[in-house]
Design a protein. Structure first.
Length: 329
């Protein structure tokens, strides 16, 4: 099985994507917005176990504002240039109507290797479920723009199903297909000024894949690129060093849904939070030491100031119940 691939395909696809950007003017779902305050000089106190020291910051922390409600509720607020949807090789657990809306509003749509098998199932299920309920057929889902990967998981049937979709072969076995997909997408995103990537993934199954997917968040970090992992019941993304404000949907506060801050990979020496039930104050976080799991909210606005990367993950309301009603494919 050898799907069409090669540098010519990449170039043609990128050229077409760029051209479309000039004519389309799609809207951007800007979930995270880094801002750059004027530089000033200030001091902060770092408290770790056993010592306290003064840190002289000549560079102020970067400020980030996140509104995950735009992503996990039905209120998708869209900006100017759209977002990217990426499908990984796991069954899609995000409720169908959320997937459909995110897909419809996307500016670019990509399936990663075996993810294209799951996308094919999703497309077929959508048509069959309308048919079985005698509902009028809705507009077909927008086509995939590209399938990437080493192509060890895409089936012949799926290749055939998506025969007109450009396929970009990324054979390197020193990086995951997901990491390579983001690397393929980033130049096009930069060209079209798209910042947000919404990834349909799942946390069940192989732990190494889950860890590798978190690693991709680290590997793909750029000022102009936010990658959000969306599963059946959670949203996960990377908080870079800086000052973050996360606006939490009120339902999640009232229902006391879970949230967590995880120092994956490196120690964070100075983490201060407000708005959580269990807050941190100039705290050190690391594996083997303190990680903040099973936390929840005290208010609608959570602030996290950190000197190192942290993974933020939060329960997404309504998802779990809807997923239980979905047929497994
Ligand atoms: C030190 C090291 N460990 C492991 C690997 C193997 N490896 C890392 S990423 C990768 C590709 C994984 O492909 P992906 O499609 O993401 O996952 P799959 O389901 O095919 O395993 C491989 C083979 C390596 N190259 N180097
Ligand atoms: O159990 C899994 C398997 C895969 N993934 C993600 O999907 C891509 C593509 O996987 P393939 O097996 O090559 O089709 C992989 O890079 C992982 O990011 C996963 O999350 N869980």
């Amino acid at each position: 099985m050898s799907p069409g691939c090669g540098s010519k395909v990449v170039l043609n696809w990128m050229r077409r994507s760029g051209q479309r950007a000039l004519t389309e003017g799609r809207r951007l779902a800007r979930v995270g917005r880094p801002t750059h305050p004027a530089q000033h000089r200030f001091f902060c106190t770092k408290t770790t176990i056993g010592f306290r020291q003064q840190m002289d910051h000549t560079i102020p922390p970067k400020v980030y504002k996140w509104t995950p409600g735009d992503l996990i509720s039905e209120n998708f607020k869209l900006g100017d240039n759209g977002h990217v949807c990426v499908v990984l090789n796991r069954q899609i657990q995000v409720p169908a109507h959320v997937v459909t809306l995110l897909w419809k509003n996307a500016a670019l749509r990509c399936a990663v290797d075996g993810g294209s098998n799951h996308w094919r199932n999703f497309v077929v299920d959508q048509v069959l479920s309308k048919h079985s309920k005698d509902e009028p057929a809705s507009a077909p889902l927008e086509p995939l723009d590209v399938i990437t990967g080493d192509f060890d998981s895409i089936t012949e049937e799926t290749v055939d199903f998506f025969k007109t979709t450009p396929k970009i072969h990324t054979p390197d076995q020193d990086a995951t297909d997901f990491t390579k997909a983001i690397a393929v997408l980033q130049p096009v995103m930069a060209q079209r000024k798209i910042q947000d990537v919404v990834v349909f993934h799942d946390t069940s199954g192989r732990l190494d894949h889950v860890m590798a997917n978190l690693n991709t968040l680290y590997k793909s970090q750029k000022d102009n690129c936010n990658v959000f992992l969306l599963s059946g019941d959670s949203v996960t993304w990377l908080l870079r060093p800086g000052k973050h404000t996360i606006k939490v949907p009120v339902d999640l506060v009232t229902t006391q849904r879970w949230c967590s801050l995880m120092p994956v990979g490196a120690t964070a020496h100075n983490v201060t939070t407000t708005g959580l039930k269990w807050n941190l104050y100039h705290a050190q976080m690391e594996f083997g030491g303190m990680v903040s799991t099973s936390n929840t909210y005290a208010t609608e606005f959570v602030q996290v100031e950190t000197d190192a990367n942290l993974i933020w993950s939060m329960g997404a309301y309504e998802f779990e119940d809807k997923v239980r009603q979905m047929p497994k494919s």
